[in-house]
Ligand binder design. Structure first.
Ligand code: SF4
Length: 114
């Protein structure tokens, strides 16, 4: 049994996941918690939010995020990869700034106009 806190909403339900019973989840108030608890033990993922360098804009860093969650184990490598990205203004919210991050099939997009 593994205990964890659901991070899908502010209620923060305390979940228990039973690895010996097909990762059955208890303590969740809604279905999202059951999905989160199971995934967190089998294949934990996170949406990455960070910034990359940009030239010719009012600010020197552009906020970006992954379009979807990526494996948690790749977060530090993803940050290193994004250190290599250097944008030139103008960039618009939703523009893809890096395709297929680390072969995950997930793009990195701009989070604002800059
Ligand atoms: S189980 Fe549902 S209600 Fe509870 S924290 Fe997760 S998303 Fe929120």
């Amino acid at each position: 049994m593994t205990e964890l806190t659901c991070i899908c909403c502010p209620m923060g339900c305390r979940l228990t996941v039973d690895e010996d019973n097909d990762y059955a989840v208890t303590g969740n108030t809604c279905k999202r918690g059951a999905v989160y608890g199971r995934n967190e033990l089998m294949n934990p993922t996170r949406v990455l939010t960070t910034t990359v360098a940009i030239d010719g804009a009012a600010h020197g860093r552009m906020p970006v995020r992954t379009e979807d969650a990526i494996p948690k184990g790749k977060l530090f490598d993803a940050i290193e990869e994004l250190k290599k990205v250097h944008l030139t203004s103008p960039v618009h919210c939703g523009d893809v700034v890096l395709e297929n991050l680390l072969g995950t099939g997930v793009n990195v997009i701009a989070s604002r106009d800059l």
